[in-house]
Design a protein around this ligand. Structure first.
Ligand SMILES: *[C@@H]1O[C@H](CO)[C@@H](O)[C@H](O)[C@H]1NC(C)=O
Ligand SMILES: *[C@@H]1O[C@H](CO)[C@@H](O)[C@H](O)[C@H]1NC(C)=O
Ligand SMILES: *[C@@H]1O[C@H](CO)[C@@H](O)[C@H](O)[C@H]1NC(C)=O
Length: 389
């Protein structure tokens, strides 16, 4: 095992002549999907929700610190489809304009006020109509055996409309969906392709980031037999040639991000997906990863960041997670202990340092490249690198 791990890491990691570059680096902003979860799985809980009370998108002070002091250039902003497209409208091109305006304010703050890049993140697991027990509740989009399910065409219409609204802002990237799972991979590809086609038909040339099935887990990319992402996701076609792959990768025993201990070596576990990316000449972002404030997690977080920096297939990352609504709760990696989040200024329960102080600043911050892209549209080919203006 050990020998196999080392040899695969070497052949994936250090191809002569490869000039690996991270163009985009930062943090996932998670709070827009808050306030809809129900312990009794009561449909409609928290919908539409009160902005600023049940959910929010960013804290401007947190984004200020992350951008100005920590010099990150990327924020991934989560939102709920059921708030953008209320159930009475259905999924599609008709939005709740009040909700959209709040969302747009956050995205404009990141991209226009701060000059950074933003990934739009519908945090819906390829489901729509019941977020009360996410990630498992709600009808799978495009399930033709479920008369209550939104259709593939509706998913396309939703993305066509959202894309049109951000088409004039090249700093906005379109993350098509957070963590699809437990659905046929053929349906996933149909849904994603419908979204890509509608986005391009709207005239938007923005960078699109497409996930895989099975929670878009990097370690699992080539697994699952005929359903494996490695058999499907490269079938996506983008007429604008501005498409990257979205990968999530946690470092604990079951890759869930639930546990304190980091035991899964990232270089070993990402070898399969990296080879697949290379075979199909694709680039990727890892938009969720994380670890606790332990010695093993420090080693493995450095490992995943070094791995991305060494492999040309990876062009960006966002760590999980900051956001104004975590309080002392932790977004991952703590066995439910309340150690706070990556939000600047957050605290652990009892007032101790948060994951921002114990993981972001001492570990992740050191791997934010000094040179990133700060001008021009986001591109799968990257852009001009420079220090933060
Ligand atoms: C739209 O969003 C606003 C603000 O959250 C909310 O007050 C309103 O009820 C929503 N409308 C629908 C139809 O959900
Ligand atoms: C599609 O809907 C049918 C009928 O409700 C259900 O049995 C099936 O599990 C659903 N498929 C998926 C992938 O959720
Ligand atoms: C992690 O941070 C928490 C909260 O500040 C602290 O209580 C704990 O001792 C830290 N753990 C390690 C291993 O440093």
């Amino acid at each position: 095992m050990r020998f196999a791990a080392i040899s695969s890491a070497v052949c994936v990691g250090l191809l002569p002549g490869a000039s690996a570059t991270i163009y985009y680096a930062g943090v996932a902003q998670s709070s827009g999907e808050f306030g809809a979860w129900s312990p009794t799985q009561t449909r409609g809980t928290g919908l539409p929700g009160r902005f600023g009370v049940d959910y929010s998108f960013i804290s401007t002070s947190g984004v200020d610190i992350m951008t100005d002091q920590n010099k990150v250039n990327l924020h991934r902003v989560a939102f709920l489809l059921e708030r953008m497209c209320p159930l009475e409208y259905g999924l599609g091109a008709k939005f709740n304009e009040t909700h959209f305006d709040y969302f747009k304010q956050a995205v404009d703050y990141i991209t226009k006020t701060k000059g950074a890049y933003a990934i739009l993140d519908p945090h819906n697991y390829m489901r729509y109509n019941d977020p009360s027990s996410q990630p498992f509740s709600g009808s799978v989009i495009g399930n033709t055996s479920d008369s209550t399910a939104a259709t593939t065409a509706q998913f396309g219409a939703f993305w066509g409309e959202l894309a049109k609204r951000f088409a004039d802002n090249g700093k906005v990237m379109f993350g098509l969906m957070n963590e699809p799972h437990d659905m046929p991979s053929s349906l996933l590809v149909s849904n994603l392709q419908a979204a890509i086609d509608a986005i391009r038909a709207s005239g938007a040339t923005n960078l699109i980031i497409a996930p895989g099935n099975a929670w878009t887990g990097g370690h699992y990319w080539t697994k699952g037999g005929s359903e494996a992402n490695s058999n499907w996701i490269h079938k996506l076609t983008d007429p604008a040639g501005n498409l990257a792959i979205d990968i999530h990768e946690y470092l604990d025993q079951d890759f869930s991000g639930g546990h304190t201990e980091c035991t899964q070596d990232p270089a070993t576990n990402l070898a399969g997906v990296t080879a697949w990316l290379r075979e199909h000449k694709l680039k990727a972002f890892i938009t969720e990863f994380g670890g606790s404030n332990t010695t093993a997690c420090t080693t493995m977080l450095n490992g995943i960041l070094d791995y991305m920096a060494a492999n040309d297939e990876y062009i960006g990352w966002t760590a999980w997670a900051a956001g104004p609504f975590w309080g002392t709760n932790s977004p991952c990696c703590t066995d439910q202990r309340q150690l706070g989040s990556l939000e600047p200024g957050s605290k652990a329960a009892g007032g101790g340092p948060s994951l921002y102080d114990t993981v972001w600043l001492p570990v992740l911050q050191k791997k934010v490249p000094e040179l990133l892209q700060w001008e021009g549209p986001a591109s799968v080919n990257g852009g001009e690198l420079r220090t933060k203006p």
